[in-house]
Design a protein around this ligand. Structure first.
Ligand code: DC
Length: 239
């Protein structure tokens, strides 16, 4: 019998540290990694390149166009590089304006459906760590390990501030807190796949934890679920 690849889902609000934690866990266990937010950001960037703005009230035709992009955008993930139509947009999609646009268009059910198969295609042997908002609830509902990672909005704003400054963007903590709260409210209140802990998810608050401590707790949980001791997990070089 062919076994489905192992899938670990890590969902949570914006800037909860999901990305860094999911990448570290994937690297430690030698699994593939899916940053589903990047797909939403890529569709948002495409829309912005076509003149859609955050304040645009979308028509039915525009929503249908977004769904077409979701299904067919020529995107390549190459290590840390993300190419859209052959152009490296890895840094550009991280701008707050693109994140806000992604959150705005993520309410569209047709667009979410368009991204569904793309996301599921990442579940290849030996397994996948997928981060997002609905990985455990909608995209991989049968994943054996589901995590909901959260942190206070002040801590998340501080982490996002550091990320943005490190990437050369300008940022302001007060407006970041307001932005995060607004984005959380939009992601949580939407009709399709709202942000919430999946049934049976391990809820982990990382406000008081370092990245390494958070990864360690997650690996402990993973080991427990798969019935191994922590020291029996595969050790990858470079971790
Ligand atoms: O994780 P992120 O900040 O890169 O995601 C950007 C936006 O994309 C987020 O505010 C909501 C949307 N998103 C989503 O709706 N579902 C996902 N699985 C991932 C992201």
């Amino acid at each position: 019998m062919r076994h489905a690849p192992m899938v670990i889902t890590i969902d949570g609000p914006t800037a909860s540290g999901k990305g860094a934690v999911a990448q570290a866990v994937a690297c430690r266990l030698g699994l593939h990694y899916l940053d589903s937010g990047a797909l939403y950001r890529l569709v948002a960037l495409q829309a912005m390149h076509h003149g859609y703005t955050f304040d645009t009230v979308l028509t039915g035709t525009q929503e249908a166009q977004l769904a077409v992009w979701a299904r067919h955008l020529p995107v390549v993930f190459e290590g840390d590089l993300i190419l859209l139509d052959g152009v490296n947009v890895s840094a550009e999609i991280r701008a707050e304006a693109v994140g806000n646009m992604a959150s705005k268009i993520a309410v569209i059910g047709l667009l979410r459906e368009g991204l569904l198969e793309r996301q599921r295609d990442f579940a290849q042997a030996p397994g996948l760590v997928a981060d997002g908002r609905d990985m455990g609830s909608i995209v991989f509902p049968n994943a054996p390990v589901k995590v909901f990672l959260t942190a206070s909005s002040q801590i998340r704003a501080e982490r996002r501030y550091k990320q943005l400054i490190d990437k050369g963007f300008s940022a302001n903590i007060t407006s970041l807190v307001a932005d995060l709260n607004e984005r959380d409210a939009r992601d949580s209140a939407r009709k399709h796949a709202p942000l919430k802990a999946a049934h049976g998810a391990y809820v982990l608050d990382s406000s008081e934890l370092t990245l390494d401590e958070t990864v360690e707790k997650l690996l402990q949980h993973y080991a427990k679920v798969v019935g191994l001791a922590l020291n029996e997990l595969p050790v990858r070089s470079g971790f």
